[in-house]
Design a protein around this ligand. Structure first.
Ligand code: T1G
Length: 699
């Protein structure tokens, strides 16, 4: 049972013990009910305490149980809370560290709540596409007030217990103890002090009103509308809390329950729950046990003070890790330092960073022109020009100066990490750390594992990634790793669509309606069309049989590289990012079409989206079966955190599962018959074909 029962004097203590966060899975729920029965049957017991073992009171319902019959099996959480409220003896929740979701709802069902400071209190269900489903929308407004409660429920954000305890008139906590260390003793004493108090207070019996009712909820609905594009849950949170102010408790609870169940079955909620687990699963490497000893990373060196080097350095400075930055020339160093300062000063100006924190971070940064100064770093990351000869020179230098056991990382985005490792005598210490620009902002980090990269190096860099707040995904060595390899197919389809009859604006609008923040052409203008141009030039040499539309080359030959040149697929007004369609570009595309003898056709938004997204899916299937990615959910994580794939779709492979792989393959078969497309590419990857034949999904 994952809830322990022990009697201390005349107080029974039920301790949730379901690591890592005391998720309220079936066995834990059953353990609570059994404990309550025992305590109520024991005449020596006068009151009851419920608390959590380890680092949490409870992180809520067990997310890993969702979608299984256990999640709904009795006693469900509402039944557990009813058992608490119907107890003949007072039940005191002793809350510490984390009280979230169902964990907070459990505490709200108790007669009293004693909290330690520093506890993160939240109803984060909205972040999973649902809403609190065990009375949270009905009880929290009764103890905090309607507005603070609705803000917490709609945002899903955690608030510290001591902050909530200061809210005027709050009835969430009956006592806030001085520190977590005294919580157990104080909760026992509190339980003894209320043993004979009758009637026992119940949150459900408290009044719940808002003085400006309708006007307030109308205001709330308007506020929520803006933040919840593509997500139904936030608006439903407003409905549930409004029900708390207008209905009897039992009816409000029934309203909440109905909304909860409906939201649970939405594709948006399935996507968010998938991503919650996928993001955490990404840090697990099948053949590297989580208890693998890690190297100590106390000091970092960054080579290259350009945009990437500066951004990379900031990640470590933000985490309090000293950084030594190396460049070849002083003016490059000065420029790099100035950029870092500018970035921090902008954050200070916006109130996102305190001046003293900024100064602390800058104090951790030193610079040098001499490789010898790097020798004591535990991890060195090179972010120099993306050319194998330059990488060779750098890694040979590093091999000569870095202390034994230092990790040598390359920020390369396309080059072969095995080749880079072979420039050194220590390939086991070489790894790829592919940051995404801007490196101090983008959360995704592709950790590229060389054939010889040691397991403890992998374990170390995954832990470092978490420390610098990156979402790390392991990739094998191939051209483009996971993300860029897939985006190349996405971009190719974009070019074919132009040749066949679309304008850049039509393609962008279709995929932006699907949920991408930016379509391929606006994205090209942002990143710089010359980057793709350089890759295609390399491709024409390396893979002459790989088909590309020539429109992008024609655009680059006109110097239309995008925002950085003020014009790309679109025009841009200096200082603004609005993409203004350009008639000459459309004419250039039309003339190119004519030169190919192509009669343009009307292409539906649905076909545009399918060709762009299913191109990602098919390439992902190849990446999976080649072992470049360890699992399908890792690829979803790459696309959500690195390429702006719409969160409510859960990532390309989750989306393919939602569409049905049979339907994906059928669409690909249609595309293969289009002579202007690439029939070879649209052959389903063997893994995809196998899954379709077996009627299975990507796992
Ligand atoms: N259920 C199952 N596992 C959970 C979990 C949960 N609720 N929360 C965390 N874990 C696992 C997580 O998968 C990871 O596992 C490990 O704990 C550490 O997580 C009826 C229905 C609690 C603030 O949404 O916000 O209650 O990878 O890396 O940074 O209304 O986890 O080690 O195998 O995030 O210290 C509502 C979600 C559920 C809380 C800790 N509750 N969790 O953060 O560690 S729905 C939530 C968090 C609900 C009721 C409804 C965070 C955390 P592994 P971690 P962390």
């Amino acid at each position: 049972m994952t809830a322990e029962y022990k009697v201390h004097g005349n107080v029974a203590v039920i301790t949730l013990a379901n690591p890592p966060v005391n998720g309220l899975g079936l066995s834990t729920r059953q353990g609570i009910v059994d404990g309550l029965e025992k305590a109520n049957a024991d005449s020596a017991v006068k009151s009851i305490v419920i608390t959590g073992a380890g680092g949490a009171f409870s992180g809520g319902a067990d997310i890993k149980e969702f979608g299984t019959d256990k999640a709904m099996q009795e006693p469900n959480l509402n039944s557990v809370i009813a058992a608490i409220e119907n107890s003949d003896k007072p039940v005191v929740a002793a809350i510490h560290s984390v009280a979230m979701g169902g964990g907070l709802e459990l505490a709200l069902g108790c007669h009293y709540r004693v909290a330690a400071p520093g506890c993160s209190v939240a109803l984060p269900e909205v972040k999973l596409g649902i809403l609190p489903g065990a009375g949270g929308t009905q009880r929290l407004p009764r103890v905090l007030g309607v507005e603070p409660a609705l803000n917490m429920i709609v945002s899903g954000e955690a608030i510290k217990s001591e902050m909530l305890a200061m809210l005027p008139g709050q009835k969430l906590f009956d006592k806030l103890v001085a520190s977590p260390e005294v919580l157990a003793a104080e909760a026992l004493a509190f339980a003894q002090s209320v043993a004979d108090v009758r009637p026992m207070p119940l949150v459900r019996n408290l009044p719940c009103k808002h003085p400006q009712g309708d006007a307030y909820f109308q205001f709330a609905r308007n506020m929520v509308k803006g933040m919840s594009k593509n997500f139904p849950a936030p608006a439903k949170c407003v409905d549930a809390v409004e029900a708390a102010t207008k209905k009897k408790f039992a009816d409000g609870l029934a309203t909440e329950r109905e909304i909860f169940i409906n939201l649970m079955w939405t594709a948006e909620s399935r996507s968010l729950r998938h991503l919650f687990l996928a993001e955490r699963a990404a840090s697990k490497i099948p053949d590297v046990p989580s208890d693998t000893p890690k190297r100590d990373i106390k000091a970092v060196a960054v080579i290259g003070a350009g945009t990437m080097g500066g951004g990379i350095a900031m990640n470590f400075l933000n985490a309090g890790i000293p950084v030594k930055m190396l460049e070849m020339k002083q003016e490059a160093l000065d420029r790099g330092l100035a950029t870092i300062r500018k970035n921090y000063e902008a954050q200070v100006k916006k109130g996102k960073l305190k001046q003293d924190k900024y100064e602390q971070r800058m104090a951790l940064l030193s610079t040098t022109l001499d490789y010898a100064d790097l020798k004591d770093a535990d991890l060195v990351i090179e972010a120099v020009f993306e050319e194998i000869g330059v990488k060779e020179a750098v890694f040979k230098q590093l091999d000569a100066v870095m202390k034994p056991g230092a990790i040598l990382a390359s920020n390369t985005s396309t080059l072969d990490v095995n080749k880079i490792a072979a420039f050194t005598q220590r390939p086991q210490d070489v790894v790829g750390l592919h940051f995404f620009s801007p490196a101090n902002v983008m959360k995704l980090l592709e950790v590229v594992r060389g054939d010889k990269t040691a397991k403890d190096v992998m374990a170390t860099v995954m832990a470092v990634a978490k420390k610098i707040k990156k979402v790390a995904v392991v990739s094998g060595v191939c051209d483009g790793f996971i993300g860029n390899r897939m985006i190349e197919q996405y971009g190719r389809q974009g070019g074919f669509l132009l040749d066949e009859g679309c304008t850049p604006a039509q393609v962008d609008k279709a995929i932006e309606k699907f949920g991408f923040a930016m379509g391929p052409f606006r994205m090209g203008d942002l990143a710089g069309n010359d980057i793709g141009w350089a890759i295609r030039k390399r491709r024409y040499q390396e893979k002459p049989d790989m088909k590309y539309s020539k429109t992008a080359d024609l655009l680059c030959e006109k110097g239309r590289f995008g925002q950085k040149t003020g014009a790309g697929w679109y025009d841009y007004v200096p200082g603004k990012r609005d993409a203004i369609p350009n008639a000459e570009v459309v004419q250039m595309i039309e003339e190119h079409r004519k030169s190919l003898g192509i009669t343009p056709r009307k292409i539906s938004d649905e076909e545009i989206v399918q060709r762009l997204v299913f191109a990602l899916v098919n390439e992902a299937a190849h990446i999976l079966e080649e072992g470049i990615a360890n699992k399908a959910s890792d690829i979803d994580v790459v696309y959500i955190f690195g390429y702006g794939f719409p969160v409510h779709r859960g990532g390309p492979l989750n989306y393919a599962n939602e569409v049905g792989l049979f339907n994906v393959a059928a669409a690909m078969k249609r595309f293969a018959q289009n002579p202007l497309d690439d029939a070879k590419f649209w052959q389903p990857a063997p893994l995809l074909a196998r899954l379709v034949a077996e009627g299975k999904n990507f796992q």
